[in-house]
Design a binder for this molecule. Structure first.
Ligand code: FPP
Ligand code: MG
Ligand code: MG
Length: 330
């Protein structure tokens, strides 16, 4: 049970900084009145969750406080938050092309409005803007750490195209993929801001591990919500993973109870009736609650890691993020 006393609202604590984030990203992205800029800024409408920037800014403040007793956010750390959101958004624009998805963040997706070719280019463009902003920070280690996340995003997405023959390898494959496609960006962004704050090596490690655990939990919950939530609540298609051929944690756990799922997983739910049957079996199984327990474990670990840091409002807010991740509805 996560403690909810003495909680600090994470979004409130960095509200002012977050409010500026989309405006500043738009300034980076829109260099002229061209369509490319218009597409690239489309999702920065101030309505997104901005989960990553929020996490990165709070981690910065908590780490800075630990080192200097001042909860100030360095300009370079703020820029990491911007860059992470740009990389993330670029990956979503490409993801919706790959998944042929028509809604994102409660509105029509980029590929749906401007079609695939322009969506691919807009994603690439956003990535190039993020790369330039990254170079401008002027720290070689930070360039390397954040470039790693781009490689991981691509590799994670690529891993998802294949299925593992061996049942025992499947869960490992899923966890590695989950780290690469979601946790790496959070882990490495936290590492980057710790490097910029000039924290000791062990605290850079704590920051990385906090981001990694929150990221894993975040994706596990995402995979659960794909089974339990609905499109309007999520602002994107749900019940989509099976149709895309993806076996996520709830199905993988369910397959331990219902072995007939194994062959469906292997053929990526391609046969008539597979998707419906698999959903039924997952609903009958403990798959969702198993996946949830795993998400809870990672959040617990994230909160435990924070105990290394001096107590501050930001640290409290980071603890509360773990609670938000587990209880989010979208
Ligand atoms: C969303 O997953 C997708 C990701 C978290 C990563 C996507 C990465 C790429 C497409 C590789 C290209 C990367 C860059 C940096 C351009 P999902 O489809 O499971 O979730 P959804 O329900 O939000 O669509
Ligand atoms: Mg998708
Ligand atoms: Mg996808």
């Amino acid at each position: 049970q996560m403690s909810v006393h003495q909680q600090v609202d994470p979004y409130k604590l960095v509200g002012a900084e977050l409010a500026n984030l989309c405006v500043e990203i738009k300034q980076e992205v829109v260099t002229s009145k061209h369509e490319l800029g218009e597409i690239a800024e489309y999702y920065f409408d101030g309505k997104g969750k901005c989960f990553r920037p929020m996490l990165i800014m709070l981690a910065s403040k908590a780490l800075n406080f630990h080192k200097t007793e001042e909860e100030r956010l360095l300009d370079s750390q703020r820029r990491v938050a911007m860059i992470a959101e740009m990389i993330h958004t670029a990956s979503l624009i490409h993801d919706d092309v790959i998944d042929e998805s028509c809604i994102r963040r409660g509105k029509s997706s980029v590929n749906n409005i401007w079609k695939e070719r322009k969506a691919i280019l807009a994603g690439n463009y956003l990535l190039s803007v993020a790369s330039m902003a990254l170079a401008r920070i002027g720290n070689k280690d930070v360039v390397q750490v954040l470039s790693q996340t781009i490689e991981d995003l691509v590799r994670g997405e690529f891993m998802q195209l294949g299925s593992k023959e061996d049942e025992n390898e499947r869960f490992k494959h899923y966890l590695t993929k989950t780290f690469k496609k979601t946790a790496s960006l959070m882990a490495n962004s936290c590492k980057a801001i710790a490097v910029l704050g000039e924290l000791d090596e062990d605290l850079i490690g704590v920051a990385y591990e906090y981001g990694r655990n929150i990221g894993l939990s975040f994706q596990l919950v995402d995979d659960i919500l794909d089974f339990t939530s609905c499109d309007t609540l999520m602002g994107k298609p749900t019940a989509a993973d099976l149709r895309l051929g993806l076996a996520t944690a709830p199905v993988l756990f369910a397959s331990q109870e219902f072995p007939e799922l194994h062959s469906m997983i292997m053929r990526r739910f391609m046969q008539d009736g597979d998707v419906e049957r698999a959903r039924e079996l997952v609903a009958k199984s403990d798959g969702v609650s198993h996946a949830r327990m795993m998400a809870e474990q990672h959040c617990k670990e994230a909160v435990r890691l924070l105990q290394t840091l001096k107590l501050s409002d930001s640290r409290r807010a980071l603890e509360h993020i773990a609670y938000l991740v587990l209880n989010r509805q979208k």
